[in-house]
Design a protein around this ligand. Sequence first.
Ligand code: NDP
Length: 260
Amino acid sequence: MSDQPARSITVDLSGQVAIVTGASQGLGQTMATELAANGAKVACVARNADKLAETVTAIEDAGGEAAGFSCDVTNRESVDKLVDDVVEKWGKLDILVNNAGITRDNLLPRMTDEEWDDVICTNLRGAFLFARAASRIMMRARSGRIINISSVSGLIGNQGQTNYSASKAGLIGLTRSLSRELAGRKVTVNAVAPGFIATEMTKVLEAKYGDAFRNEIKAKIPAKRMGTPEEVAAAVLFLASPAASYTTGAVLTVDGGMTG
Ligand code: NDP
């Protein structure tokens, strides 16, 4: 039997409303698909409207409910309006997955202001804006799940990724502090820290570094392989589910043992 699941886990999210940022491809697309397959209505967020439409069509073709919201997560007005629009459309907001993220790798002495600012702004400010807008709604409802997609880079660092690692470590700080603020209102806030997962983001690295990249995977990951988007989505589904009601402020690694 393969140790890589073709599907994720099964939880009951019927009637729940979710927002997933960065849902036009990669991990976010799989998370959105899996949340919808488990009963949630999913607002899929990204900048590219055409690619979002493909995600939404795939979810609808599989019998799920979804809508695409084209939005730059760094823009406060757009984020606030989007959250309002989702609540107007479906009446509430139960789950927020802050997944949108970018890399602009460079060694620190060569890193430009723009490379630093772009990554911090998308990965950290984007999550802050969505968490702030969502938490206002979830606090009033006395229920909710906020899940921030961090990275092993935020835990152990990575050469050439000072900007990315800082943003992902920042997400863990945001997660832990916000979990303390919201626990009394029955809103949980957790982070998922994936290791190397096979997506467009890692395809770029594989194309650039070839065998060196593949050898590094084998050397650094005790499981000796990259993870799948479904394995990350399984962690998100658990944290989004009623079963995770007493789990808050946690960082769930999905990394094949890299940080173990
Ligand atoms: P991809 O590059 O495949 O997808 C990134 C997604 O984010 C796209 O949907 C993109 O859509 C969206 N996005 C980027 N910038 C913005 C923005 N300003 N506003 C709105 N949406 C935006 O990445 P992955 O699927 O590989 O990664 C997803 C998350 O998981 C990221 O946060 C990443 O850091 C994290 N992660 C990934 C790992 C991996 O190995 N793949 C490992 C650890 C963490 P669009 O361009 O249309 O806006």
